[in-house]
Design a binder for this molecule. Structure first.
Ligand SMILES: Nc1ncnc2c1ncn2[C@@H]1O[C@H](COP(=O)(O)OP(=O)(O)O)[C@@H](O)[C@H]1O
Ligand SMILES: [Mg+2]
Length: 323
């Protein structure tokens, strides 16, 4: 008798500035899922955050294909956990700390993971441009603490750009990070697994303009070129892969994550960030790096679903009463 197909709920869209990106990611995932194994049920979350919760509850596994706040930041993961549903990707804690560029960096520091200099600012907090310049030099990067896809990010070279950039970033979050500029190659590594995560071959992003902006990521086809494998030595490759796993574990991640780095000319490796629900568009690095490592996307999705079920079963065994 044929095995019963697993019902996979795909959550996409969402109340996030990355709504459109999520739609493209979801389409690719739906296309790549093995229909011999799965019955696929897409559920769209609209820009106000509305969706049909009842259709979610009947699923065997949920795949939240949601980028940014309300989807990648632990809030949806919390809801799914309360609903007692297995889901793909990191759980509440890993998602939350992986989304917050300020908390993430502080955990990196504690773990001895190399990062660039940064300053965290809350809305309303006063700091002079002179002081920023003195501590971080110029240019600086200004980013909303919780966001992705380069939304709300500016590279700032002078005081008038600084003022505009602050306004922009505070549109998306009440906390922002200001970072020193790190010159170097932009290198990415995909991570897959629960207790024993593995790291993929490395990819490299070569932005054509100032930096890897929203436009370069999704709008301008010539905005950046992607190199797989990255143009770095074997020694650097190993160093980055080990660090990617350390980042993943430090942030309590499970399932998947794409860790992004800067590699300086002198060989110094700096961690930029993790993405716990990385893009799955046709040009996205997460699936491409696994493909280059020998795992085609449909097999990658099988593994992610297995990992979701494995974690669910493990957590189910934990005692919830004293005995
Ligand atoms: N400190 C930095 N130094 C140099 N370039 C940076 C720095 N921070 C970000 N960038 C550039 O901006 C892009 C987006 O920043 P990132 O932190 O990855 O934000 P997001 O979470 O939106 O992807 C990076 O891919 C890189 O091109
Ligand atoms: Mg990024």
């Amino acid at each position: 008798m044929a095995k019963k197909k697993l019902k996979i709920g795909i959550l996409f869209g969402g109340k996030s500035a990355e709504h459109e990106v999520s739609i493209v990611s979801a389409k690719n995932i739906i296309k790549a899922l093995d229909k011999q194994k799965y019955q696929v049920f897409p559920t769209k979350i609209d820009k106000n955050g509305k969706f049909n919760l009842n259709s979610i509850k009947k699923m065997d596994v949920i795949f939240p294909v949601l980028h940014g706040p309300y989807g990648e930041d632990g809030s949806m993961q919390g809801l799914l956990k309360i609903l007692n549903l297995p889901f793909v990707g990191p759980s509440v804690l890993g998602s939350a700390v992986g989304m917050d560029k300020d908390v993430m960096k502080r955990l990196f520091k504690e773990a001895g993971i190399p990062i660039g200099k940064f300053i965290t600012l809350y809305n309303g907090e006063k700091i002079s441009f002179e002081k920023i310049k003195k501590i971080l030099g110029l240019p600086v990067f200004i980013k909303p603490a919780n966001m992705g896809s380069s939304v709300g990010i500016s590279k700032v070279k002078n005081e008038s750009e600084w003022k505009k950039a602050l306004k922009d970033a505070f549109l998306y979050d009440s906390k922002i990070v200001v970072e020193e500029n790190t010159n170097g190659q932009e290198i990415e590594c995909s991570v897959l697994g629960n207790e024993k995560p593995m790291a993929s071959v490395l990819g490299e992003i070569v932005p054509k303009n100032d930096f890897y902006s929203y436009k370069a990521k999704y709008i301008d086809e010539d905005g950046a070129s992607l190199l797989i494998p990255a143009k770095v030595s074997k020694v650097i490759t190993k160093k980055v892969q080990n660090l990617a796993i350390k980042v993943f574990q430090t942030l309590n991640c499970e399932g998947m994550g794409r860790v992004d780095f800067f590699v300086k000319k002198n060989g110094e490796v700096i961690v930029n960030e993790i993405n716990t629900i990385p893009g799955f568009t046709s040009i996205s690095m997460y699936p491409k790096l696994w493909e280059a490592s020998g795992i085609p996307t449909s097999k990658l999705l099988d593994r992610l679903i297995d990992l979701a079920i494995e974690r669910y079963n493990r957590e189910k065994k934990l005692k919830t009463v004293v005995k």
